[in-house]
Ligand binder design. Structure first.
Ligand code: SF4
Length: 73
């Protein structure tokens, strides 16, 4: 079995988060950080909501109720 490695450069190139932080491209650390705060990573939010910085699960649920999940694809 081949060990998988994290492709940070690729992750950075596809990351939709508009904030700068040391976790950009390190998706496992990004998820851990936001999960520990009761939040979701920026890439789960549509562009306009992502820029607002409210990463709460409640905000995500409200957005999905309003817009559905098509923005995730
Ligand atoms: S979602 Fe949060 S942890 Fe992830 S890259 Fe953006 S600011 Fe950093």
């Amino acid at each position: 079995m081949t060990a998988k490695t994290c492709n940070v450069d690729h992750n950075k190139s596809t990351c939709t988060c508009s904030f700068s932080c040391g976790r950009k491209g390190l998706c496992c650390e990004c998820v851990e950080y936001h999960r520990s705060r009761g939040e979701m990573p920026g890439c789960y939010f549509p562009k306009d909501a992502e820029r607002g910085g409210d990463r709460s699960i409640a905000n995500f649920i409200n957005i999905v109720k309003q817009k559905g999940t098509a923005f995730l694809t």
